[in-house]
Design a protein around this ligand. Structure first.
Ligand code: DON
Length: 557
């Protein structure tokens, strides 16, 4: 809406005749994890589709061209700003009916992590197709068939394998071999291990065709459902026909909060991300309003943000889970008075002792994110996942897609960290049909009801840091979209104790000062930000250079 209104207003000022040279033209933009999804989304918007149309088409395209994380076998979250209203779609996986609290413990009560990470038993009931169907029913302008077709074509006719995808596929196959894992992965994806090869996926094309022609019924019933259930039964998985029938995507109220004059719209439980970002930004703001803002990426800055992060993760472990099963004290956790109290305990010159950080009041990696703004000024931030790279590492035979290993996001046993080092207890214990706690944080920031920023990233628990830092980089430190996604980032999640995970690229003096303070530095990249930023009515879009993303801004015709 906004760009059009702005253009008309300016046209009116200039007599509403010819377009003056200063008239901002309506634009639309995408920041996508790969070139194929970017093109599909741009085509949809060029044809008059809105941001949700583009998101649905991109989601299905990524299920073909980004198999590490793009999916129809997983789930995700979509944050929406459409026609001046905010909305949130939860298409997170649910535990199967036969799941139980101790299902990943052995006879000694110890967690068997590989069971929740690899193979059919690691999968929750997939939510993606139901989610896209819901999004289409509520918001779309273009026909469903039009939006699914590009994915069918990409699977049927094939696409040329990008080098980075080929590298990931070949490393994954090696790893499966080294670990002696039985999997059909190489049968399906071996051909994608060669850069530049034309890679076709006929079974997936047939599944997508059923989805195109029958909507969500093309996935949750009939032939696709039969393939999933047969694979589950033959491989120790739990998902039944009834489970597929019972899956529902849910519309939820997003978390919204004010920060430095902006309105931030982000993910509610079963994501931990929105509450975490609200607390994190709030604590940092409390501290910098009483003290000078430390220099960007200085040791003082990393320490301050890390101290706030410790408190965020203490609350995450205790209070956050599926709100349909556990009473998450959401309003208390984001109450500014509570956040101010937590911030007051931060010591700017020394590391606080880890055991002292209790919950106040009262957690190779892959996921993927994309950001879209359409010519009307509507926005979608969408994060989607099958958990680790290539999910559970096995393909639902006959249906041609990778299954998720999202069950690992539950707390298999109180206090025992999951793959991402996140701990949890009752709030995130396994129960039938419960949704596992997530860190995915697709986020939209508004400035006077106009989209200012659309952001999100993969990275398990580090997602929360990537999103928080993308907001701080753009809106507190005024970095451009490009600089904001490529600026080195850091992450502190309380445990392991006093450990800051950081991208390579921080100044040696910063690293030394942090080491002198007592921090352990764990230098490993994480995340893959895709953001769109609006400044003075113009959009800029950026995808992190380390990935294979593509970000484009187009002028509307
Ligand atoms: O929902 C979550 O928080 C995780 N399953 C996300 C996993 C992830 O981001 C892996 N990626 N890098």
């Amino acid at each position: 809406m906004r760009n059009v209104i702005l253009s008309c207003f300016i046209v009116t000022l200039f007599g509403c005749s010819s377009a003056g040279p200063t008239q901002p033209e309506a634009e639309y933009a995408v920041a996508m994890p790969d070139q194929f999804a970017a093109q599909v989304a741009l085509n949809v918007m060029a044809e008059g589709g809105n941001a949700v149309d583009a998101a649905i088409a991109a989601q299905f395209a990524l299920a073909v061209t980004y198999p590490e994380a793009g999916n129809i076998g997983g789930g995700g979250f979509m944050t929406i700003y459409m026609d001046d209203a905010t909305d949130f779609l939860d298409y997170r996986e649910m535990a199967p009916a036969a799941a139980s609290r101790d299902m990943y413990l052995d006879e000694n009560g110890d967690v068997h992590p590989s069971d929740s990470l690899f193979g059919a038993k690691a999968s929750g009931i997939p939510g993606t197709v139901a989610g896209m169907w819901q999004a289409h029913q509520k918001y779309a302008k273009l026909p469903w068939q039009r939006l699914v077709q590009p994915a069918v074509t990409l699977a049927q006719d094939g696409f040329y394998v990008p080098e980075k995808l080929a590298g990931r596929v070949s490393r994954y196959i090696q790893r499966l071999e080294q670990r002696g894992r039985e999997s059909n992965f190489a049968d399906y994806f071996g051909a994608a291990a060669t850069p530049g090869a034309l890679f076709k996926q006929p079974e997936l094309a047939a599944t997508l065709t059923r989805i195109r022609d029958r909507g969500q019924a093309g996935f949750y019933s009939g032939e696709t459902a039969a393939h999933i259930v047969n694979f589950m039964q033959a491989n120790g998985g739990l998902i039944s026909r009834e489970d597929l029938h019972n899956y529902t995507a849910k519309w939820r109220t997003p978390i919204t909060f004010a920060w430095r004059g902006y309105e931030i719209i982000t993910s509610p439980p079963p994501s931990s991300g929105g509450i975490a970002v609200a607390q994190w930004l709030g604590m940092v703001d409390n501290v910098v309003s009483d003290n000078a803002l430390p220099a960007h990426n200085s040791a003082e800055y990393l320490h301050l943000v890390s101290e706030a992060g410790k408190r965020v993760f203490a609350d995450r472990a205790e209070y956050l889970g599926d709100p349909d099963f556990f009473a998450v004290p959401q309003s208390q956790l984001v109450d500014p008075a509570y956040i101010a109290k937590r911030a007051a305990a931060i010591n700017l010159s020394a590391i606080s002792a880890t055991p002292d950080i209790q919950p106040g009041l009262y957690e190779s990696e892959d996921t993927t994110h994309f950001s879209i703004v359409d010519k009307w000024g509507n926005a979608v931030a969408n994060t989607t996942t099958i958990n680790l790279s290539f999910g559970a590492g096995v393909v639902a035979e006959g249906a041609g897609f990778l299954l998720n290993d999202e069950m690992d996001d539950f707390s298999a046993k109180p206090g025992v960290p999951n793959f991402f080092g996140a701990v949890g207890g009752e709030a995130n214990a396994i129960e039938p049909y419960k949704r596992m706690l997530s860190s995915m944080t697709p986020t939209i920031v508004l400035d006077n009801d106009e989209v200012k920023l659309v952001t999100g990233s993969p990275g398990g628990t580090t997602i929360i840091s990537s999103v928080t830092l993308s907001i701080l980089n753009t809106l507190l430190f005024d970095l451009s979209a490009e600089d904001a996604v490529n600026s080195p980032r850091f992450h502190h999640q309380l445990l392991p104790k006093d450990t800051i995970r950081m991208h390579p690229g921080f100044a040696a003096t910063t690293r030394q000062a942090l080491t002198d303070m007592g921090y352990t530095l764990d230098e490993r990249r994480f995340g893959d930000l895709h953001l769109i930023l609006q400044q003075d009515g113009r959009l800029s879009a950026a995808s992190e250079a380390s990935g294979r993303g593509r970000a484009v801004v187009e002028k509307a015709q």
